[in-house]
Design a protein around this ligand. Structure first.
Ligand code: G4P
Length: 526
């Protein structure tokens, strides 16, 4: 069991759209031998659209509403890469995936540095104190000064950096990287096949004649200066600080041409943690090597296959060994479940799992009994700390088309909110009964309307509200009400009757955060 747990790594890639996440994912799979020619994930995705049986909405939009879990092996490690939906399909699930990850790779575009979506996802990683590895991508073309990029990460995110590799340029031409831990230079070779195969890299020390000839005296002198500066002014490498999420090892490379991907993967595996113990609600810790199975539901996906109208609950295993037929208890309801046909996901392929351990993710069929955050345990009353709610950014009032269907609407909203498909709020009861829904990504609204109509028979309309930020507020009720009366604000309550204030602008939010000493504002609800 220890061997199986120790060789597992479960992580996610956090990035802003277009930084190259799909490309990097594909290259990681290439090294893991899961695919032989990079480019095929994208190609297959396009090809499968024609025959796909995904949710209608996915077909209409041509995007994936679901995020999948990619599992592959590399040099004895078993790697679970949890995909974080990023484009239009950015949603609360994207955040929740990070709650099931043990570490993250933060992917940056070398021209753009830290961008909005990266920043939001980083906040969740920070909250959980998981190790973060940074990959500065697209170095095959000229980008921002690397020192400025590091400074961006340090000042914007408050995350200290240790550049493990350092880019080498001649003017705008990218020549390769220097590995500060190994003391070697890897020379960049654009190659002829656009990174479709594993990169063949020529590497040597700074005394190696081939390396010196390729770089030339001027470039070598500049590199030595850079390295001296990094040694003097930068952080020292400290594996404990990396493990605590306080220091990010930084790598420079180019996913498209495969350059720097394998060194990233190797160092990542070396310094990232195997599945750690997981804390329960009452503060105890469940060791991953504990023989009895425990896990928690972090995502529920409805209607992946409309012919069966099934729901798949994604369960992150925290301890024990899973095998088909295992009996577990849902510790929230006390009901027994037999896990008969669990699945693992390789991109879009579903495979039946025969064995899984802490760190792995399995998908189980759910007939509406499971909720996000539920603990499944083969050993008594374990309850893991719940999955927080993340503050929505889009809001709308929901009206049902046929007033006689109001009951169906309420049932649908209640269930979909429990499932985590959207968040439901209400105003003070005097203000009326029209519910307000909130979503992290706009696509969640489309999914919500689709499901209300098809699963609950409640065709509904949304009236969008002009708020952009929501904060849960703690403090004296009178102060909360006073602040919420300000222009462009609205006081609402979530399904657990916790107050939130919606704000129409960042300015209004910051203004309140700065001036209201008696109140505390939370973007993530415990
Ligand atoms: P995403 O999933 O993060 O949204 O990014 P994706 O991998 O789709 O990459 C976004 C664009 O950036 C793609 O170009 C991709 O080829 C390019 N890209 C990724 N890695 C690198 C890199 O290392 N160097 C350079 N120069 N470009 C890179 P596109 O033109 O939008 O799409 P495509 O036609 O190549 O598919």
């Amino acid at each position: 069991m220890t061997r199986e747990v120790d060789r597992r790594r479960t992580f996610a890639i956090i990035s802003h759209p277009d930084a190259g996440k799909t490309t990097l994912t594909e290259k990681l799979l290439l090294y893991g031998g899961a695919i032989h020619l990079a480019g095929s994930v994208k190609a297959r995705r396009a090809e499968r659209h024609a025959t796909s049986d995904w949710m209608e909405l996915e077909k209409e939009r041509g995007i994936s509403v679901t995020s999948s879990v990619l599992q592959f092996d590399y040099e004895g490690y078993r790697i679970n890469l949890l995909d974080t939906p990023g484009h239009q399909d950015f949603s609360e699930d994207t955040y929740r995936t990070l709650v099931a990850s043990d570490s993250a790779i933060m992917l940056l575009d070398n021209r753009k540095g830290v961008e909005e979506q990266t920043r939001k996802l980083f906040e969740v990683c920070k909250l959980r104190r998981i190790p973060i590895f940074t990959f500065v991508n697209k170095c095959d073309r000229a980008g921002e000064d690397p020192l400025r990029l590091l400074d961006d990460v340090e000042s914007d995110l408050g995350l200290r950096c240790f550049p493990v590799s350092w880019p080498i340029h001649r003017g705008n031409e990218f020549l390769g990287v220097y590995d500060r831990l190994a003391g070697t230079v890897s020379l960049f070779d654009r190659g002829g096949d656009h990174g479709a195969r594993r990169a063949q890299v020529l590497a040597g020390g700074l005394e190696d004649q081939v390396v010196l000839d390729r770089l030339g005296d001027q470039v070598v002198a500049r590199l030595r200066d850079d390295l001296e500066l990094l040694d003097m002014a930068g952080s020292e490498f400290d594996a404990d600080a990396v493990a605590a999420g306080e220091l990010s090892p930084v790598f420079f490379g180019s996913a498209l041409t495969n350059f720097g991907v394998e060194p990233l993967l190797r160092r990542f595996l070396e310094f990232s943690p195997p599945p750690p113990p997981r804390r329960t609600e009452d503060g105890a810790e469940i060791e991953p090597g504990k023989p009895e199975f425990t896990g928690f539901v972090f995502k529920i996906q409805a209607n992946m296959d409309p012919r069966h109208r099934d729901r798949i609950a994604f369960v992150r295993i925290c301890s024990g060994r899973f095998e088909p037929g295992l009996g577990v208890r849902n510790t929230r309801t006390g009901s027994l479940l037999r896990l008969t046909h669990p699945q693992q996901f390789m991109a879009r392929e579903r495979q039946i799992v025969t064995e899984a351990w802490a760190g792995d993710v399995i998908g189980i069929h759910d007939r509406g009994e499971l909720r996000i955050g539920d603990t499944l345990s083969a050993d008594g009353e374990v309850r893991f700390g719940g999955i927080p709610r993340f503050s929505p950014e889009h809001f709308a009032r929901v009206r049902v088309a046929d007033p006689l269907r109001r009951k169906q609407l309420d049932t649908g909203l209640r269930q979909l909110s429990e499932e985590g498909a959207a968040q439901v709020f209400h105003e003070d009861v005097q203000a009326g009964h029209t519910p307000i829904v909130g979503a992290v990504g706009l696509l969640q609204f489309d999914v919500l309307l689709h499901r209300l109509e098809h699963e609950y028979g409640a065709r509904a309309m949304l009236d969008r509200l002009d708020y952009q930020f929501a904060r849960w507020v703690d403090g004296p009720d009178a102060d909360i009400r006073r602040v919420a009366r300000g222009q462009g604000r609205l006081l609402v309550y979530d399904t657990r009757e916790r107050p939130l204030i919606l704000f129409g602008s960042r300015w209004a939010l910051q203004h309140s955060e700065e001036r209201e000493d008696a109140l505390t504002f939370h973007s993530i609800a415990p």
